[in-house]
Design a protein around this ligand. Structure first.
Ligand code: FAD
Ligand code: NAP
Ligand code: SF4
Length: 676
């Protein structure tokens, strides 16, 4: 490697020579499904989405997954490349990317038994625990036809102008299902011992190379950690990597964890670059460059992975959704200007799973590049924004970027609103990055900041536009003894104004109730900051030797005994994020938290909290009761201004507090600012 000498990240910006072609740096944009891949009419939007990321400086982009045939669909009528007439739409994408000096590979993804439709196929007739459909087992002829389908799809990708393909061989999709004993019970030429189980993968790579020639990038995404029982062991993984290289792969990308794995792999509580060690373990055994993945979200992390020799490239997926200019900002030595992916999954994966277009919590323009455009303002207005939480910060900075003269007021001494509370939760350390980004952006866009300034209805007369982003007030719960000294609000607890006893009841099991649970049970530094502790807690074999790299989970003892309660029947946490709710529930379960639904609060006295569940009264002998009973809009300023005859815009929690999250707050703030 010849390090670049004009940047603080010399390894990250060193070119990579693939022999027949060169990559301009070590940044691969990892594959993400946005929902724009599924319809021909959305391809102009898809091209704009990729063009921004190519312009931002990534070297090699990978599309979302395209199935090589109909039975490989992720969902009915999902993205697919199997017919000549499907080629032309892709040329918009490849031209747009090449116009900015980047290269692009199409990902070939056959969903196998993860396909959410009745046509799905798999090596054996075994239903996935996360799907309601049972697959049909492929016949030997069916296997041969599938290999031909992969080769044909790769050839079509080449015709469409792609520089290569990525073959998705991990995450528990079809190819991975052939490789792992967990899902391959065949006894023919495609199952049995490790060599026969991997034959499908090797044949696909060989036939693609044959069909597309030597000057075509072929990335193979190899499952280095299955994180499920009866997954591959290390010896089999090495054998597979060597065979894949011999069959013609140009690069090996790392795959971490099947979708049905019960170990988090990309959530915000996963330590940064937690899995780079397994890529490092593979690297000396193969001749092709290897790519490290997952939770590499800032340039110093990426540079360290490369400088330490753990990998030859880094894959950034969600970080480039959050900030397409990530590479350019890093190269220029401006990491503070990066809008960091906080790994929340709220606006990307959680939306894809309910069939909505992906976007990004911190960047509402992601996958909406042609629809949410920040044009220079026609006339420069004086804009007051009251409240520097996520809604106000987004609104103020976008309005200032468009050329308005913006003043941002907050009663607090720092910007960020409730994010200053959220960042104190163990596993939510990334929220600090959003606050750092906004502080930087306020300075960059020239917003005048007036902290420690509480605004009342007599102020703001000199402004053309007034935006009220005053957030929420926590809801008070009504039960006998609610004014007992042991009853505290979540803000008092999280901001350190009160100390919790050793036994605690939490009233309300929404997002904040769960976060308060995490805050109460963890002692000392967060495991999210220490990979070894984190792997021990989740049962990952840190030597990556065992089948599926699983070990016995060793959760650290809880700091307190906690009960987490809600009035609604059913299990608490059912409404948490689709891809992250199970992680919160599993963490609290492992820490012995008692979660109860259908609870009636009878009252608090010196003995604790009396509740009734399923007709039975109980006394929870707790020393602290924390109320997390939701939130009400803080609209007193907006109401007073309106009463005084002022027109105001109300956004974020001040507008609607119910089911408010930061995604809605930032989106609403940005959209209003785009229209002012
Ligand atoms: P706020 O963040 O409440 O900001 C309002 C601001 O207005 C405050 O800074 C306040 O000081 C100021 N203000 C109020 N009145 C005045 C006045 N008269 N004059 C001047 N200033 C005033 N959301 C997620 O999406 N994902 C999460 O994982 C998540 N985790 C959370 C964890 C915790 C512990 C908490 C507390 C919240 C969490 N949230 C999360 C919710 C998220 O923080 C809120 O949805 C978001 O902050 C709302 O933004 P906002 O700008 O509307 O209001
Ligand atoms: P919430 O999700 O509305 O939950 C409020 C909880 O309080 C519910 O369990 C509710 O259940 C209970 N409750 C409501 N009224 C009550 C009353 N009068 N007395 C007793 N209990 C009552 O609100 P939140 O937890 O405050 O979270 C606010 C928002 O922040 C959420 O909407 C969420 O989007 C966001 N957030 C997100 C995350 C995340 O990880 N994505 C984390 C934190 C916060 P019952 O009515 O059944 O008792
Ligand atoms: Fe990252 Fe959250 Fe944005 Fe997804 S929505 S890209 S996880 S910040």
């Amino acid at each position: 490697m010849t390090p670049a000498n004009d940047t603080p990240y010399p390894h990250l910006f060193a070119p990579l020579d693939l022999g027949f072609t060169q990559l301009r740096n070590r940044i691969l944009m990892g594959s993400m499904h946005t929902g724009l891949e599924d319809r021909a009419r959305d391809f102009p939007k898809l091209a704009a989405y990729f063009a921004e990321r190519a312009e931002g400086g990534a070297a090699l982009l990978v599309t979302g997954g395209f199935a090589p045939n109909v039975v490989g669909w992720l969902a009915p009528f999902g993205s697919k490349l199997s017919r000549p007439w499907e080629v032309s739409r892709h040329r918009q994408v490849t031209r747009a990317v090449h116009g900015h000096g980047a290269k692009i590979c199409l990902q070939l993804l056959h969903a196998g038994r993860y396909g959410y439709h009745p046509l799905q196929v798999a090596p054996s007739r075994l239903k996935a625990p996360i799907n309601r459909f049972t697959p049909r087992a492929l016949s030997a002829r069916g296997v041969e036809r599938h290999i031909a389908d992969y080769a044909r799809a790769a050839r079509l990708a080449r015709d469409a102008g792609y520089d290569g393909v990525e073959v998705m061989g991990s995450e528990g999709y079809l190819i991975n299902e052939f490789i792992a004993p967990r899902t391959n019970r065949r006894e023919d030429a495609w199952g049995g011992d490790a060599a026969r189980r991997m034959r499908f993968a090797v044949e696909i790579v060989r036939r693609i190379r044959e069909a597309c020639g030597p000057d075509f990038i072929l990335i193979y995404r190899l499952s280095l950690l299955d994180l499920v029982e009866d997954g591959s062991n290390w010896e089999e993984i090495l054998q597979q990597a060597r065979a894949i290289e011999a069959a013609g792969a140009t690069l090996i990308n790392s795959g971490i964890g099947w979708h049905e794995a019960r170990v988090p792999t990309i959530a915000t509580s996963v330590p940064r670059a937690a899995f780079a060690g397994v890529t490092a373990k593979l690297r000396p055994h193969v001749g092709v460059p290897v790519i490290a993945v997952n939770r590499i979200n800032m340039p110093d992390v990426a540079e360290r992975v490369l400088a330490d020799g753990q990998a030859d490239m880094v894959s950034l997926a969600r970080p480039l959704l959050a900030d397409p200019q990530w590479p350019a900002k890093a190269r220029a030595g401006r990491p503070d200007a990066i809008n960091t992916c906080i790994a929340c999954n709220q606006a990307c994966l959680d939306r894809i799973f309910v069939n909505q277009r992906a976007t990004c919590l911190v960047n509402p323009r992601a996958a909406h590049e042609t629809e949410l455009v920040y044009r220079p303002a026609a006339a420069r207005k004086r804009v007051a924004v009251v409240g520097a939480g996520p809604a106000g910060l987004a609104c103020a900075t976008v309005a200032a970027e468009r050329g308005h003269r913006v003043t941002l007021f907050d009663a607090a001494r720092e910007v960020g609103g409730q994010f200053n509370v959220a960042k104190r939760i163990p596993g939510k350390e990334e929220f600090h990055e959003t606050l750092r980004y906004f502080r930087h952006r306020l300075a960059d866009t020239g917003v005048e900041l007036r902290l420690g300034t509480r605004i009342d209805a007599t102020a703001l007369t000199e402004f053309d536009e007034v935006v009220v982003a005053t957030g929420i007030t926590p809801r008070k719960a009504a039960f006998p003894g609610a004014d007992h000294p042991m009853v505290v609000g979540y803000l008092d607890l999280l901001l350190g104004r009160v100390e919790a006893a050793d036994t605690v009841a939490v009233i309300g099991a929404g997002g904040i109730g769960f976060d308060v649970g995490e805050f109460l049970v963890h002692a000392g530094p967060s495991p999210a900051l220490d990979s070894a502790r984190w792997m021990a807690e989740w049962g990952v074999d840190a030597r990556f030797e065992s089948r599926g790299a699983l070990a016995d989970a060793r959760p650290e003892p809880p700091a307190r005994k906690v009960w987490l309660l809600q009035r609604s029947p059913g299990r608490p946490g059912a409404r948490l994020g689709k891809t992250t709710g199970w992680i919160h529930r599993a963490t609290l379960r492992a820490k012995g938290v008692q979660m109860l639904g259908g609870v009636e609060y009878l009252g608090v006295d010196d003995h604790g909290l009396r509740i009734r569940v399923e007709g039975r009264e109980q006394l929870l002998e707790v020393g602290t009761v924390v109320v997390c009973a939701g939130q009400e809009p803080e609209r007193s300023l907006a109401d007073a201004l309106r009463a005084a005859g002022r027109e105001v815009h109300v956004i974020g929690g001040a507008d609607v507090a119910a089911e408010l999250d930061a995604r809605r707050a930032i989106d609403q703030g940005s959209r209003l600012a785009a229209a002012l």
